[in-house]
Design a protein. Structure first.
Length: 259
């Protein structure tokens, strides 16, 4: 079901988003060679609980951790593990969410671990940029699949693969609400976007093929060619004009030129 939030509910989602932006900023500071993906998860849970929030991922569908931590060829849903030690040159995606006063926010960032190759830095930067291109189309009166078309229009020039098996989603009191928000061009337009809808837009971009497969752990998706993959996500608020990005810090919004 697609839910339209009241202004009061939007205010709570704004608060949740700001907390999540702070969580990600703190996590960015601990990413370095030598730490494990479980170290990141433990820090994430501690930070989230420090803000009196509930880590929404923990136990969701049986997921064992507060963050999905996906390294290199892992696209999403990496399970934190004490034996997975980050190495110089890796890229790591951290996807996590909070519940604040019953309202959810969901966001992901991909970080370089130490010094990485130029091509992998480009992948991270272009994946983030594709989010900002996509949300330019996320305006009341447009259709939800206009977002994916804008992502694809930008990404196609690089020869990357846009993941199709996983998509963005509506968000509110539930982490995953309708509508689905694809990151690629669809034959159908999807539903019409309306003011005070809140959605999570989350391009997942692969260096090589768009194709992904699930590992035997029943969670983690990897690119089938094992080339690196990046993920960038924010929870946004649909408005009459350009959307408001709820899960970025004020200084990040200024940097990226968004509301
Ligand atoms: Mg999400």
């Amino acid at each position: 079901m697609v839910t339209i939030k009241s202004d009061q509910e939007v205010e709570l989602m704004r608060e949740a988003g700001l907390i999540l932006a702070k969580v990600h900023k703190e996590l960015e500071g601990i990413v370095r060679p030598g730490i494990s993906t479980l170290d990141i998860d433990k820090a994430c849970e501690k930070i989230i609980r420090g803000y009196n929030c509930i880590p929404s991922f923990k136990g969701y569908g049986g997921f064992p951790a507060s963050a999905c931590v996906s390294v290199n060829e892992e696209v999403v849903h990496g399970i934190p593990c004490k034996d997975r030690i980050l190495q110089e040159g890796d890229i790591v995606s951290i996807d996590t969410g909070v519940i604040w006063k019953g309202w959810q926010s969901d966001a992901a960032r991909t970080h370089a671990v130490g010094k990485i190759s130029g091509e992998h830095q480009d992948l991270i930067d272009r994946t983030r940029e594709s989010f900002f291109r996509g949300i330019k189309a996320a305006v009341a009166g447009n259709h939800v699949n206009d977002i994916g078309r804008a992502v694809e229009d930008y990404i196609s020039q690089f020869g990357y693969g846009i993941v199709e098996d996983l998509v963005g989603h509506g968000i509110g009191q539930e982490m995953h609400e309708d509508p689905e928000v694809p990151n690629f061009t669809c034959a159908r337009r999807g539903i019409r976007l309306r003011k005070n809808m809140t959605i999570a837009v989350e391009p997942m971009i692969n260096m090589g093929t768009y194709a992904v497969e699930e590992l035997d752990n029943g969670w983690t998706f990897v690119s089938t060619d094992r080339k690196y993959s990046a993920h960038y996500e924010n929870t946004i608020l649909i408005r009459e004009g350009e959307p408001e990005v709820l899960s970025l810090l004020p200084e990040e919004k200024k940097l990226y030129g968004v509301l």
